[in-house]
Design a protein around this ligand. Structure first.
Ligand SMILES: Cc1cc2nc3c(=O)[nH]c(=O)nc-3n(C[C@H](O)[C@H](O)[C@H](O)COP(=O)(O)O)c2cc1C
Length: 348
């Protein structure tokens, strides 16, 4: 299957199948609760969600997560999402730009600055493993300049690649390759997982690299083992994907691990974040911002306006969580304690 066919099949599967972990609390967010403050001593109207991320001012600490590009359909999704991000003043991340390396004409599907010129923060994207497969500094520089991105995500997805029939699994000596390439780029670089999370072990290795930050891509949201299992034709590969669907580091644990190992770098929380309360919890655990992918894809499938409404809902919920914990600024959430939740309704 070509990269273009694979990109469209990923979109189709994510829109039509159950690609998230079912039920339960795989991310870990439900097990945590804020101390509700019935006497918050702030006005709801005074609550502000604006932040600065990687030197750019955002209306809220939210990134439209990295998803797609490379085909006409993907281009339409990117434009809808980028316009929604522009309207709401949040950041936007492109999906893997690998297709641009093979087919320069596919650039159109990534050229979101033309559709959304006032986008405040744009991330480029490539699989880090490509650096072991012939991609070097000149190619990555070209990916950055041709889309005019402000920062660049290299994704780390060993589980997904291992389940994919056409996957690239040559991860040996990738850390020194990253250490050599990153300083040669003109924009800040982040490393991100795609749904299996960044563990304490990985975060410690990342601490030695010249990266500006990480995105957790934690366990509990879109499962790439599951997506690749659904795509796989042969039963053995299908079963391998299902067996590993729950493999990884829950988002809550990944945020804490990344913040501890990377105290001075940007930490973006992602993986199964679905409402503003979870955004507030991610920020209280130490994240600087959050990214959401699947729910925004589903909204953008309807329209750019629907994606903007989804973003507005998230901001509204975050503001309410801030009000109820007595915060008027996002940074104050960092001092708000989270305790283990006990579900009293579960008692007889
Ligand atoms: C349709 C789709 C395509 C994705 N493609 C990419 C990609 O090309 N590069 C990347 O770094 N992450 C990619 N991701 C992963 C997301 O950025 C994110 O890490 C992951 O989906 C977890 O977030 P979620 O649970 O909110 O979906 C993709 C996600 C979706 C849903």
């Amino acid at each position: 299957m070509s990269i273009a066919e694979r990109k469209d099949s990923h979109l189709a599967l994510c829109l039509s199948e159950e690609v998230e972990l079912p039920g339960g609390d795989a991310t870990g967010f439900a097990a945590l609760r804020f101390d509700h403050d019935a006497l918050p001593e702030v006005d709801l109207a005074a609550v502000r969600t604006d932040v600065e991320l990687l030197g750019k001012k955002l209306a809220a600490p939210i990134v439209v997560g990295a998803m797609t590009g490379g085909t006409p359909r993907a281009g339409e999704v990117n434009r809808r999402l980028a316009r929604a991000a522009e309207r709401c003043g949040v950041a936007f991340a492109l999906g893997s730009q690998r297709r641009m390396l093979q087919d320069p004409a596919s650039r159109d599907s990534y050229a979101v600055r033309e559709a959304a010129p006032d986008l405040r923060l744009l991330f480029g994207n490539l699989g880090a493993v490509q650096l072991n497969l012939g991609v070097g500094v000149p190619e990555v520089r070209r990916l950055v300049s041709e889309v005019g991105c402000d920062a660049f995500n290299f994704h780390l997805n060993p589980l997904q690649e291992a389940i994919q029939p056409e996957g690239d699994t040559r991860f040996a000596a990738l850390a020194p390759r990253l250490a050599a390439v990153i300083p040669e780029l003109s924009v800040p670089v982040l490393l991100k997982e795609v749904g299996a999370g960044i563990s304490r072990t990985t975060a410690r290795k990342i601490a030695a690299l010249p990266v500006a930050g990480v995105e957790t891509g934690g366990l509990g949201g879109t499962s790439w083992a599951r997506v690749e299992s659904l795509r796989a034709g042969d039963p053995a590969r299908k079963s391998l994907g299902e067996t590993f669907a729950r493999w990884g580091v829950p988002t809550v644990e990944s945020i804490a691990a990344c913040r501890a190992a990377l105290p001075d770098r940007v930490v973006i929380a992602s993986g199964g974040i679905r409402n503003g309360i979870e955004i507030a919890k991610a920020l209280a655990l130490g994240a600087d911002a959050v990214a959401l992918a699947l729910p925004l894809l589903r909204a953008a499938e309807r329209s750019s306006e629907a994606a903007a409404e989804e973003l507005e809902r998230l901001v509204q919920e975050l503001r309410l969580a801030m009000f109820l914990t007595g915060c008027t600024r996002v940074a104050e959430l960092r001092d708000r304690p989270l305790s283990r939740a006990r579900d009293l309704t579960a008692f007889p």
